[in-house]
Design a protein around this ligand. Sequence first.
Ligand SMILES: [Fe+2]
Length: 301
Amino acid sequence: MKTSRKSSASNPAAKSKKSIQNRVRLALGIVFLLVFSLLYYSFDIEPYQIRTEQVSVNMENARESLRIAVFSDTHLKKNYPAAALWNVVNALNAQHPDVVVFLGDLYDDYDNWHDDPAVIEALRAIQAPLGKLAVWGNRDYGGGAEKAYLSILDQSGFTLLQNSNWYIPVCSSHSVLFTGLDDAIFGHPFYPEETQVYDNSLKILLMHEPDQFADYTGYGTDLAAAGHTHGGQSLLIPASWRSRDLQSRFNKGMYEENGESLYVTSGIGTTHISARFLMPPSITIITAGLNCASSSSPSAS
Ligand SMILES: [Fe+2]
């Protein structure tokens, strides 16, 4: 045995083999650590770190402005409950918006998990002196959500726009118009006919799925806002690899279509895989300029 150990220790080939084995073990350890860190960050850190994005519209020569806070796709579920929603509420209230808009997909799967009283308590705490608006998302239909959605919003102080308009008078003869469309997958969206009758200093169009935007251009919309895509939930996953829900040529950010502008938010929650990587949840503050002849401030209708 003594002879054998001496022979092995002095053998260059055995030394080299042992060195390679150590390097492989080290490399595997580093890879394991990286993968574990990546998964931990993607599942447990980034989905709960809300960013605030800023967008402006119609600000040239504007004397007044309106702060519109947008959030979307909360996808509430067991691992993203009402307790997590309070982070969104606090982020929204910290921005002191005039109007708050929710672009749909409140629950991820109402049939499997819901907690209406706690959700209502959180949503009700969102403060917006000129109003809180919402539209339908595809997840707000089905599994019992369709019956609950309107009731939850109503008890939380939100007005649900379903192919309908909502106005804020801002000057003696002008108003800001919000038009909300029905969901494009399970609803029946159409542009409300009466919209053209009014003289509006600003037109905001709200919808859940951005892919329907082209069908609603030509109405003089200053800015359309949509959610649904979650920004793909990760920058690293190609669009073709994502679930159909997260595929869109309008992934996240500002787009132009037929000369009109569309803003797509990355939303709040997650679906299918409860992870985000380099695509954090976000709320968006739209600063909208009001070109009023007079200098009167926005006021609620
Ligand atoms: Fe969604």
